[in-house]
Design a protein around this ligand. Structure first.
Ligand SMILES: C[S@@+](CC[C@H](N)C(=O)[O-])C[C@H]1O[C@@H](n2cnc3c(N)ncnc32)[C@H](O)[C@@H]1O
Length: 265
């Protein structure tokens, strides 16, 4: 099996379009809710001072860094295990002065302790590194005191019913037993919110919020959701429903993604 680095290197150029072959796909509409929820919580916790030093860990092609640059933040370091993904980010952010470092989120030896005022890692680097506890410890190490860390990863229980539906009962059993699934062509480590909270606490991080992104919309039929969200008023109402419920702990273990907000004491 190829490593996650090789896979992202191979698919980097097509990343913004149709990504690597997947067992399951999340509809674009549901992903747009995941994005809006993610952005809501990044904005809620990022310091207002635009010159702070930010780490985008597992930055991919720089989607989130670009949004932050457009919001006025300038001092951003993008790190990723895939050099080709960083090359894509360089194209996207060509006119900016951010920096790029090839680094494994589970062992960020390239960065000194207490370096960053805000750290975020969106859409799964913490799952894909297969060592979520190490990734949390590393983000805590390189964060400055009082810095917020916002990370999102894959939920353990969400895929079980989908695997059963696809006739892949052995894979469902394997996921439940080991936390490992193969949605993409590499393994990923999925967590429950309880496990994620435990890892964060073991890393000596203060857990501020645990969020599901999204908690409902990924369960709505893709075509129905596509049609509904064409009406901007309805889209707004649906996002409001998500934001009002996305921290409800009885929902987050079945969410599209699990997002955690922590603080270094
Ligand atoms: C689904 S993409 C998300 C990219 C970006 N954060 C976003 O939200 O658009 C996952 C990224 O994690 C990176 N990645 C996987 N394992 C990693 C690791 N151990 N350390 C750092 N990055 C990793 C991949 O190369 C890929 O760019």
């Amino acid at each position: 099996m190829k490593t996650v680095e090789e896979i992202y290197d191979r698919y980097a150029q097509d990343y913004s379009g149709d990504f690597a072959p997947t067992t399951f796909t999340t509809s674009h509409s549901a992903m747009s809710f995941a994005n809006d929820i993610t952005w809501h919580f990044i904005l809620k916790y990022i310091p207002k001072n635009k010159s702070i030093k930010i780490l985008d860990a597992g930055a991919g092609d720089g989607y989130w860094s670009e949004k932050l640059i457009k919001s006025g933040y300038k001092n951003i370091v993008l790190s990723d295990i895939s050099q080709k993904m960083l090359d894509e980010a360089k194209k996207r952010l060509a006119k900016t002065k951010v920096s790029y470092v090839k680094a494994d989120i589970a062992n960020m030896k390239e960065f000194a302790a207490n370096s960053f005022d805000f750290i975020f890692s969106q859409f799964d680097p913490v799952s894909y590194c297969m060592k979520p506890a190490h990734a949390l410890k590393e983000m805590m190490r390189v964060a400055k005191k009082n810095a917020y860390i916002v990370a999102s990863l894959d939920t353990k229980f969400r895929r079980v019913s989908e695997l059963v539906e696809a006739g892949q009962i052995d894979k469902a059993k394997h996921l439940l037993k080991t936390n490992i699934s193969y949605d993409f062509v590499h393994p990923q480590y999925n967590l429950t919110w309880e496990e994620l909270e435990e890892y964060a606490k073991k890393a000596k991080l203060q857990v501020i919020e645990i969020i599901g992104a999204p908690v409902f919309m990924h369960r709505v039929d893709e075509k129905v959701l596509e049609k509904l969200e064409q009406d901007k008023k309805i889209r707004k109402q649906l996002l409001k429903i998500e934001l009002e419920n996305c921290t409800n702990k009885s929902l987050v273990n079945f969410a599209g993604h699990l997002q955690i907000v922590c603080k270094k004491r």
